[in-house]
Design a protein around this ligand. Sequence first.
Ligand code: 0RA
Length: 647
Amino acid sequence: MSKAMIEDKENKNGSQNYDANSIQVLKGLEAVRRRPAMYIGDISTRGLHHLVYEVVDNSVDEAMAGFCDQIDVTIHPDQSITVSDNGRGIPVDMHPTQKKSALEVVMTMLHAGGKFEHSSYKVSGGLHGVGVSVVNALSAWCRVEVCRDGEVYFQEYRQGDPVEPVKKIGKRKKTGTTTTFLPDSTVFPKIDFSFDILAGRMRELAFLNPGLRIDLKSERPGREKQESFMFKGGLASFVEYLNESKNKLFKKPIAFDKELDGVGVSVAIQYNDGYSESICTYVNNISTIEGGTHLVGFRTAFTRTINNYAQKNNLTKNLNFQLAGEDSREGLAAVISVRVVDPQFEGQTKTKLGNSEVKGIVERVVGEYLAQYFEENPPVAKKIVEKTIEAARSREAARKAKELTRRKTALDNAALPGKLADCATTDPEEAEIYIVEGDSAGGSAKQGRNRRNQAILPLRGKILNVEKARIDKILANEEIKALITAMGCGIGGDEFNPEKARYHKIIIMTDADIDGSHIRTLILTFFFRHMKELIERGFIYIAQPPLYQVRKGKTEKYAYSDDERDLLVGQLGGDGVTIQRYKGLGEMNPEQLWHTTMNPETRTLLQVSMADAAQCEHLFSLLMGDEIEPRREFIQQNATYVRNLDV
Ligand code: 0RA
């Protein structure tokens, strides 16, 4: 942005008059560069990838408006990104008040999008929708090519400032917009795009916008990769993807699109023979991890319709207890996508839909469609009711089991598990717990820790795979019981309360081998399925033990990757250097464990986040589900799959 504008900002009682538009300009791109996290969440992996989403979202808007069906996303060798679409092209005519090309206004003014409102479903809150000008502001350079009216228009920017006015650089019959940008290394500490993270979002967008093709390509040497996403089936394909490795209760997903009172509602439903509920919800293509009114409306309609059908057809006559909502959702995989003109986002992470009118709309649309579907497809309806009744029966059994554990812990004076070495502080904000694989590493961790605020819970061997067990069996498992009591926040719909979590850093520490990663996945699956909000609140971390000790004489250094090892060997001068590969945590003594993995001053923790809820759903069911083949394939391809969780 120009210098004059910045100076004007300081000039509060300025001698010049500014209209609303120029005031927007004044608190424009400079503010973005000063506080990037305000606009893109953070400047870590997540914020970096957010830049790409922002640009792609604009092209998807153009697709939703019906003018674009192809988007290409390319990661170049220098980590610059190109997003290209075949839409109408960003307008280039003179902006009436700004006296410059509309393209320049879009690229250099914050929230200039409103002026060109072309899609009634443009997002006004939440993480997305901050505008492509934010991406421009946070880029070392950015180049835009617009093909419109037979011409090719071009403009380039440096850290958001135009290099020259928009100019014509050629002729082209086709229309579209191509944006290329290089994230600014003075803003982002680490610039390395993850193909998998981008692929997760592109796949999701392709599911949510049936018929839209998104081609993702990495041109980085040694890491060339390409994937194409296009799903004619839309949400039906999405739900099949979520259920990929599961046994389905019925083959064809129940799916529909409806519009009521200006709200577009799309839903797809399919059951698997598992025990968890996987509902992915979206508002205007944005994942609403915390749910909201659309989810509430869906659940209400769903439970009521199943209950009505069961009663009407006399299917519950031998039951001496009620069917509950959670019963009807056991093994349910569903995707709900709504399009709302003025979405209100609420909640801790602004991913909860607040619009109250949406509840009733979704409830009505879903209720009407499902009731009719059940009438027309009695075998499917019967299967769902039977599954619901079975779930209700086991809920009864689980209730009894829970009562038993509760009574037992109430009688026990020491309610906390015996093998937990608790910390002194009772302030959850500063309390940490290390969940450690194996008794021997647990012993070292207990000796090495800071007793004041670090608790240690050793888990023996593999914990139960919760993906394959019902709640009553889960609650009977010793390792899991220890985990639940240590966490202190209870478990299961009505009893789980994240406010009661005894630690706000829950750190999973396992060996850096295949077994260790399996155990880590088992523990993560448990949190994901039964204490999801702890992940959403950012309480779950993964410890990073070193892979190597590199030693020369008295100097001991630790390497956390092969690259780092080679670097250290080089630094120490090569000759006489010994390298020890750590196969397990148990090989480190308490001091080494403290220094490398537990000392807050020197350790690295990976925070587990739910950036991509659908990808997590798919990942966990894939890793822990019934079918062995896709899992084996996945583990082989993704030895470091936790990174996919955007940690
Ligand atoms: C406003 C109006 C029109 C197109 C667009 C915005 C537009 C924006 C982006 C951003 C990325 N790709 C895009 N494609 C289109 C169309 C105005 C008209 O032609 O009438």
